[in-house]
Write a protein that binds this ligand. Structure first.
Ligand code: G16
Length: 544
C-alpha cells in the first residue's frame, strides 16, 4: 500500500478545549487542517503494540468525510484494526464502551456535542484513551505542541471505505469492522437496569414517556431501547432521525433548546416522564409532569436511589461533581457516608477517580451524568436510571424530587450564559473579578456575607497533576455561591457562564422559582462582574 508524505504548515489554533478541538466546519475544511490535527494526535501517542481504534461521530455535517480521512492517516501511521459505526455513527458513550469492551488503543469521536451542525456551523474531534475516557490534559497538551511545529503528515493511498455495509472489510493487513452502532450499547444498558420491570410498566402504559433525540445521535439508540425493547409506543421518541444539521436547531437538551418538549411537560398533555439528549448523546435533560429536574438535583437523586438499579445494587464507592455543579450531591454523600470529590469542569477530570474506583457516579451541571460503566457522561443511561427509579418507587417525578428536597434541603440553582462576547471584553471581566478576590472575604452585600473568594485550582488525587484557573468562586457564609467561568467549548468569541446557587432548608420555600429565589445573587453577580455594563447586553443569552 502506498503511503504518501504530504508537506503542510502548522495552524496556530489547534489547542483542544474542555472537550477536544471544536471549530467551525469551514475551519476544519481548510487545507490540511484536519489532517494536521489527526497526525499530531498519532505522533504524540506513545509507541504501542495495540494498533486498533474505534471511530464514530454524531452524524453532523463533515462526519463522513472526516471518517475517511482519519482512517487513511491512521493506516499510514501503522493502525491495522478499526471498529467503525455504520454510516460513521456512534454516540460518545458508545465509543467509550467499545474502546473498553474491545480493548482498543483508543478512539476518535467526531462531534461538537451540543453545538449546531451544518456547513456554516460546528465540527469537532476528540481522542479518547484506552480507558475509554477523553484524553487528559497531559495528552492534549502534547497534541497541541505537536500541531505547532508539524511540517508533514502521512496518508495511505486507499479507496474510501464502505461505511454503509455491516461486516468486515479486509485490505491487505488492514481489518475494518463496520458495526451496528446500537447493539453493544443496548446490551450494556440491559446489564445495568431492570429491563423486565421497565418493560412491564412502559409497554403497558403505566409509565408514559417522551424522548426528544433532537435529530441527533440518540435517535437510533432511543428508538431501539425505549420503543423496540421496552415497548414504548411508536412515536414516543421524537426527532429520532439524525440529520447533518440537526434540523437547523441546537441539539442542546435544556429548557431553551428542547422547547417543544418542555412545553409539552408543562401542559395538560404531559407524559409521566420526558427527557432529551444532545448531539453526541452524552448529555441529558430530565423532566416530569410539570417539573424540570436540574442536572445537579438529578445527580443527587440518582446517588440517593442508586441501589434501586441492579447494576448499582451492591452499593457505590463515592461520587464526584464538577466545581460549578450544585452541592446537592454532597449532602447525599454525607448522609450515606460516601466520599465526594469536586473537580474542574470537563468529564476528563473524572477519569482517574473512576479508574481508581474512588467514585461510581459523577455529574455536571451542564446536563451530564454518568458512572463507571463507561468513561464519558451518558444521556440515555441517565434516562434509564430515572425510569428504573420511577418504576421501582411507583411515584411521579415531582414527588420523588420534593421528597428528596424535604429530606436534604434544596440547592436552588441556575446558570446564566452570555454567549459570543468579545474575547477581550470577556478576559477583562475575568481580570476585573480576579482583582477583587483578595478583598472580598468578610464583606457583606445585601443579605449575604462573603466567606471566601478565590480561583479554583485542582490537584488530581491520583496522579497529583495540577489544573489552575478553573473558575472564580465567591462563597457566602450561608453556603450560597456565585461562580464565574469562561466556557471551553464555544467557537465564537467567548461565553461567560455565571453559576448561582442558594441552599434552602425550609420545605415551605421549596416550590420557589429559581429566578426569584436567586434574584439577589443575580444582582450581586452583575455588581461583581459588570457583564451587562461592559457588553451592553440586557439579559443572558441562555438561562438553564
Ligand atoms: C463538555 C464537557 C463537559 C463540560 C461541558 C461544558 O461537554 O465534556 O465536561 O461540562 O463541555 O463545558 P464549558 O462550560 O467549558 O463549555 P460536551 O457535552 O459539550 O462534550
Amino acid at each position: 500500500m502506498q503511503i504518501n508524505t504530504i508537506q503542510t504548515q502548522a495552524y496556530s489554533d489547534q489547542k483542544p478545549g474542555t472537550s477536544g478541538l471544536r471549530k467551525k466546519v469551514k475551519v476544519f475544511q481548510q487545507d490540511h487542517y484536519l489532517e494536521n490535527f489527526v497526525q499530531s494526535i498519532f505522533s504524540s501517542l506513545e509507541e504501542s503494540d495495540n494498533k486498533s481504534l474505534v471511530i464514530g461521530g454524531d452524524g453532523r455535517y463533515f462526519n463522513r468525510e472526516a471518517t475517511q480521512i482519519i482512517v487513511k492517516i491512521a493506516v499510514a501511521n501503522g493502525f491495522t484494526d478499526f471498529i467503525i459505526g455504520q454510516d460513521g455513527l456512534l454516540s460518545t458513550p458508545a465509543v467509550s464502551h467499545l474502546i473498553r469492551k474491545y480493548k482498543t488503543l483508543g478512539g476518535l469521536i467526531l462531534s461538537a456535542s451540543h453545538n449546531p451542525g451544518g456547513p456554516d456551523e460546528d465540527f469537532g474531534i476528540k481522542y479518547n484513551i484506552s480507558s475509554g475516557g477523553p484524553a487528559p490534559e497531559q495528552y492534549t497538551d502534547d497534541f497541541f505542541a505537536y500541531s505547532q511545529t508539524i511540517s508533514s503528515y502521512q496518508i495511505a493511498e486507499l479507496d474510501d471505505i464502505d461505511l454503509n455495509t455491516l461486516g468486515e472489510q479486509t485490505i491487505g493487513n488492514i481489518n475494518i469492522r463496520i458495526i451496528d452502532p446500537v447493539d453493544d450499547y443496548a446490551e450494556l444498558m440491559a446489564s445495568l437496569f431492570d429491563f423486565d420491570l421497565l418493560k412491564s410498566v412502559i409497554s403497558t402504559g403505566k409509565l408514559s414517556l417522551r424522548f426528544d433525540a433532537m435529530h441527533a445521535i440518540t435517535g437510533p439508540y432511543a428508538s431501539r431501547i425505549l420503543e423496540d425493547i421496552l415497548g414504548a409506543p411508536k412515536g414516543s421518541v421524537i426527532n429520532a432521525i439524525p440529520l447533518e444539521d440537526f434540523g437547523g436547531h441546537h441539539p442542546d437538551p435544556n429548557l431553551a433548546h428542547a422547547k417543544e418538549l418542555a412545553e409539552l411537560m408543562f401542559s395538560a398533555d404531559a407524559t409521566d416522564f420526558a427527557a432529551a439528549s444532545d448531539g453526541d448523546g452524552d448529555r441529558n435533560m430530565i423532566l416530569g409532569n410539570n417539573i424540570f429536574v436540574t442536572p445537579s438535583d438529578s445527580l443527587a437523586i440518582i446517588a440517593a436511589n442508586a441501589q434501586l438499579a441492579p447494576g448499582y445494587a451492591a452499593g457505590i464507592s463515592g461520587v464526584a461533581r464538577s466545581m460549578p455543579t450544585s452541592q446537592a450531591v454532597d449532602r447525599v454523600a454525607k448522609a450515606m457516608n460516601l466520599p465526594c470529590f469536586e473537580t474542574p469542569t470537563g468529564w476528563k477530570f473524572f477519569g482517574n477517580l473512576l479508574d481508581a474506583d474512588k467514585i461510581t457516579l459523577c455529574g455536571e451541571e451542564s446536563f451530564g451524568t454518568g458512572s463507571s460503566h463507561v468513561r464519558e457522561k451518558d444521556g440515555l443511561w441517565a434516562v434509564l436510571f430515572w425510569l428504573n427509579i420511577l418504576a421501582k418507587k411507583a411515584q411521579p417525578v415531582s414527588q420523588i424530587v420534593h421528597e428528596h428536597w424535604a429530606k436534604y434541603g434544596r440547592d436552588i440553582y441556575c446558570r446564566h450564559d452570555y454567549e459570543a462576547v468579545d474575547t477581550e471584553i470577556a478576559n477583562a471581566i475575568m481580570d476585573h473579578l480576579r482583582s477583587q478576590l483578595s478583598a472580598l472575604a468578610g464583606q457583606s452585600f445585601a443579605s449575604y456575607t462573603v466567606d471566601y473568594a478565590d480561583e479554583f485550582s485542582y490537584t488530581d488525587p491520583i496522579d497529583n497533576s495540577v489544573s489552575e484557573q478553573q473558575g472564580i468562586r465567591i462563597g457566602f457564609t450561608d453556603g450560597s455561591r456565585i461562580i464565574f467561568r469562561l466556557s471551553g467549548t464555544g467557537t465564537v468569541g467567548a461565553t461567560l457562564r455565571i453559576y448561582l446557587e442558594k441552599y434552602e432548608a425550609d420545605a415551605t420555600k421549596h416550590a420557589q422559582d429559581p429566578q426569584d429565589a436567586l434574584a439577589e445573587l443575580i444582582e450581586l453577580a452583575e455588581q461583581f462582574c459588570q457583564v451587562k455594563q461592559r457588553t451592553g447586553r440586557v439579559e443572558p443569552t441562555v438561562i438553564t
